[in-house]
Design a protein around this ligand. Structure first.
Ligand SMILES: [Zn+2]
Length: 617
């Protein structure tokens, strides 16, 4: 603590002396990204992190220690989705109002800010405008340069109300700072609703604006980019953006939840990112376009709080609880279970095919079907939890509704209650094999697409061509005994609404070689996904997270909260087969037949050519 205070003072003196001497263009930028509705803090590895009240306190002290040197506060998108407060998204815009209270200067939107659809986003922006007006405070400049909303009248109207614009020029402490906001391509493809809008390449959008921006002679050009940096090998969206637009001084990057501890340099552009959930406040100081100082300051929920924001976050919690009580008859802090061990979403380092949390979630989906659909009691049931839907880990200790919701925190029901509902649909055995193939052939390059299964066990061979690697699939029957897969049988499958919608992507990501189309019990394609939503005994939607909560509580599984919780990592894990000639010929598909046929033709041609040569000799 003492060290931090000393460091703060030291950076203040350096900054102040430079600034006081008029020794150059000094600018301090405070930044966050991907706050994901973490208004009250969250337990991360046994320490509570984030929280608007504590973040605000740090922002206030960073501003204070800057003397009269110019300070900007910005965010790079995905402010919402991730905690129960998203139930207030339309009505209260809790995150955007919070940012306004903390006097953020500029923000951009992330893909998750579009999660509830463009009408919901419009309502959120309008609510924020109304609330900030009531409070007598200003909204930050909301910047998005690469989206044309004209085709969406409702959103256009809201964008006008809150003055969403491509860029802004901030005059501060004698400096002119141009700030642009953009969303990266992979981000807008991630949000099914956002991808319907007219986004263009971020670099192209910024280049179009450059003449206007440069005519203002800004001292700095900052881009808030919800693009991503995770690969850090020059190929990530924000590194590419920096390469294409060298005029940018600083990119505050969001989307990949990346904690960047040393700024990435591409030419003279610096790229920074603070992680996610507001666990850190990013602080970068620039002097004459160069890096002067950089820190990610941890935000500890139990540290000193700004009382104004503390009152605000308590108010948000109490309104959230009243919504939860009315819609789902529960509260965020109701405790569900006492876990003696962490259950992580990340695959085991020793085995990338094992995610304890993934298996637990998929098991809970199957259990909720067995509990609520008596007609399927004697059927094999397949549970599917895509890795990308697991947003957070379960930590040891008392687990509350809020903690379980964070694991599966996306989506909402028709009544706007938080969380995606579960769907029960049917797939043919051959389509289930294609889903296993997705894991065997595609998932290593697309980790979010990896599927955690319940009720399936498969074997694959790396000696075979991609998209033809799976050589054996078994399905657990109602008593848990694995039986060979019947390719022509319809199997009931349970997964979240979003995951089922994304099944269509399978065809695209496999060049049409794999496919799975959700069907009804008669094998007919489903016209309305809503008709397939799993209902509980009272006729309410069973949500992904409710299935997990019920499973942990022991509604479906006898479980004592005093016992150490262990997830059974059973024999469903894939096995990699040794090379065998026989394994090269099972489950042939189009690609395999074509390649084998081409090889055969080549061999025949070679044989004749060799024979011709021998004859001539
Ligand atoms: Zn995010």
């Amino acid at each position: 603590m003492m060290k931090r205070v000393l460091l703060l003072w030291l950076s203040f003196f350096i900054a102040y002396s430079l600034f006081a001497e008029g020794n150059g263009k000094y600018l301090k930028v405070l930044f966050t990204n991907d706050v994901h509705a973490n208004i009250r803090g969250v337990k991360v590895d046994d320490i509570n992190r984030g929280g608007f009240a504590q973040l605000s306190n740090l922002i206030l002290s960073e501003r204070k220690y800057s003397g009269s040197g110019p300070v900007l506060t910005v965010d790079a998108g995905d402010m919402s989705m991730g905690s129960f407060s998203q139930a207030l998204f339309r009505s209260h815009a809790p995150e955007l109002v919070g940012f306004s209270m903390m006097r953020y200067d500029a923000i951009t939107l992330g893909n998750h800010d579009f999660d509830f659809g463009t009408d919901a986003l419009a309502l959120m922006l309008e609510s924020a405008a109304k609330k900030t007006l009531q409070l007598g405070i200003e909204l930050p400049a909301i910047l998005l340069a690469n989206l044309d909303v004209k085709s969406d009248k409702r959103l256009s109207k809201a964008f006008e109300t809150v003055k969403v614009r491509p860029w802004t020029l901030v005059h501060r402490g004698g400096l002119k700072v141009a700030i642009v906001g953009v969303m990266g391509e992979s981000a807008y493809h991630d949000a099914p609703d956002a991808s319907k809008l007219n986004f263009i390449d971020p670099a192209k959008a910024i280049k179009r604006l450059l003449p206007d921006i440069m005519s203002e002679n800004p001292d700095y050009l900052i881009v808030l980019s919800h693009g991503g940096t995770i690969s850090k090998d020059g190929s990530s969206p924000d590194e590419i953006l920096a390469g294409k637009v060298p005029e940018i001084d600083l990119i505050v990057s969001g989307h990949d939840h990346d904690e960047i501890h040393t700024p990435i340099s591409i030419g003279s552009t610096l790229i920074v990112s603070s992680g996610w959930q507001g666990r850190n406040l990013g602080v970068i100081t620039l002097l004459n376009q160069s890096l002067n100082d950089y820190r990610l300051v941890p935000v500890y929920t139990d540290s000193e709080a700004d009382t104004v924001l503390l009152d605000y976050s308590l108010k948000v919690s109490s309104i959230t609880d009243s919504v939860l009580i009315s819609k789902m008859n529960l509260k965020a802090n109701d405790s569900i279970v006492n876990l003696l061990t962490d259950i992580k979403a990340e695959p085991d380092s020793a085995n990338p095919f094992v995610s304890k949390l993934g298996f637990l979630v998929a098991d809970s989906y199957c259990a909720s079907v067995r509990a609520n659909m008596k007609e399927l009691l004697n059927e094999p049931i397949i549970g599917i939890a895509p890795a990308g839907t697991l947003r957070f880990d379960l930590n040891n200790g008392l687990v509350r509704n809020e903690d379980i919701f964070r694991v599966l925190s996306l989506g909402e029901g028709d009544d706007y209650s938080p969380g995606h509902p579960l769907l029960v649909a049917y797939l043919y055995g051959r389509e289930l094999k294609d889903l296993c193939e997705l894991n065997a052939s595609v998932a290593s390059s697309m980790p979010d697409a990896r599927l955690w299964f319940s009720g399936i066990k498969y074997t694959y061979s790396n000696y075979r061509l991609p998209f033809t690697r799976v050589i054996k699939v078994e399905i657990a029957d109602a008593s848990g005994i694995y039986q060979p897969l019947d390719p022509d049988r319809l199997y009931p499958v349970v997964a979240g609404m979003y995951s089922v919608k994304m099944l269509g992507l399978l065809k695209r990501s496999s060049f049409g070689l794999l496919s799975a189309t959700p069907k009804d019990a008669n094998g007919e394609p489903i016209s309305s996904l809503k008709s397939m939503v799993l209902k509980d005994q009272d006729g309410r939607d069973v949500k992904e997270w409710i299935a997990l909560a019920s499973f942990l509580k022991g509604d479906y599984l006898k479980y004592s909260s005093d016992q150490e919780f262990e997830v059974l990592v059973d024999s469903r894990i894939k096995k990699e087969a040794d090379f065998s000639v026989a394994s090269m010929f099972v489950y042939p598909n189009k690609l395999m037949v074509t390649v084998y046929f081409a090889l055969l033709v080549l061999l025949v041609i070679l044989f004749y050519k060799v024979r011709q040569v021998i004859w001539r000799l």
